[in-house]
Design a protein around this ligand. Structure first.
Ligand code: ATP
Ligand code: MG
Length: 256
């Protein structure tokens, strides 16, 4: 899977240029981090990539096919291969449903998909959810719980399980650990890293926290006011040529 973003702009109004002429490329199995301060356009980029929001200028293609195509059938095809994890798992899980039902939503939407972890046939729907819970390090017996009976970190694991269920080729994570405390953040980042190694999916990881980005990603893009001000491989993070804004982020995170 390759993701190519070329000259992408998204203007909400004359004065709000959320994205301004953005270009980057992610190869299959890579993890790319998007870092930038509040309001820099990170979530806008995520929503556009998910096909949740339109874009006018520029081009986004996955495996050579455009995102947010005009035809519904193509959009559906696209949505099968891209999943998203949001900052706040609480708002994405229906509080009235036991978690096994929430986990199965994507598979219910795309009945034609049989993920590889379901090679064993004859599993009940609940058992499928249990398999998925195990993949993200939760106990099977949790399937009957409701979101209100889980911790923040457990809820985020559930939303990761749900996103992984249809084996996306691209996983977009928008501040997935921002609402969690530090030790749980690290656990979730480790989990994402391990899952990526196993599945070879491409991850676009959005965060205002450059430490989280450098832990998970081998490539980093720095966004500021809707523009990419810096773009580098992890090995180049301390190079002199880094943009002053990148340097200030590194300094503020005290990872110098
Ligand atoms: N639906 C919208 N209508 C108008 N302007 C919007 C809309 N959504 C976002 N914006 C504006 O676009 C810019 C980028 O917003 P965005 O949410 O992408 O930032 P962000 O980098 O995700 O910030 P944060 O770190 O706070 O989540 C901001 O100036 C914001 O006010
Ligand atoms: Mg955001």
């Amino acid at each position: 899977m390759s993701l190519v973003v070329d000259g992408l702009s998204k203007h909400y109004s004359k004065s709000v240029h959320a994205l301004d002429n953005i270009s980057f490329r992610v190869n299959a199995g890579e993890c790319i981090g998007i870092v930038g301060e509040s309001g820099s356009g990170k979530s806008t980029l995520a929503r556009v990539l998910l096909g949740l929001e339109s874009y006018k200028d520029g081009r986004i293609t996955i495996n050579g096919k455009p995102i947010a195509p005009k035809k519904r059938a193509l959009l559906r095809e696209y949505r099968k291969s891209v999943q998203m994890i949001f900052q706040d798992a609480t708002s994405t899980l229906n509080p009235k449903l036991p978690i096994w039902k929430s986990i199965l939503e994507p598979l219910d939407n795309f009945k034609e998909i049989t993920p590889s972890f379901l090679q064993a046939e004859g599993l009940s729907r609940k058992e499928v959810a249990e398999e998925l819970l195990e993949i993200v390090g939760l106990e099977k017996k949790m399937v009957d719980r409701y979101p209100g009976e889980l911790s923040g970190g457990q809820k985020q694991r559930v939303s990761i399980a749900r996103a992984l269920s249809i084996e996306p080729t691209l996983l977009v994570c928008d501040e997935p650990t921002a609402s969690l405390d530090v030790t749980v953040q690290v656990q979730i980042l480790r989990l994402l890293k391990a899952l990526q190694k196993k599945t070879n999916m491409t991850i676009l990881f959005i965060s205002h926290d450059i430490r989280a980005v450098t832990f998970l990603c081998e490539k980093v893009i720095v966004l500021k006011n809707g523009s990419i001000v810096d773009q580098f491989g992890l090995e180049g993070i301390y190079h002199e040529e880094r943009h002053p804004y990148t340097k200030s982020l590194i300094k503020a995170a005290s990872i110098e």
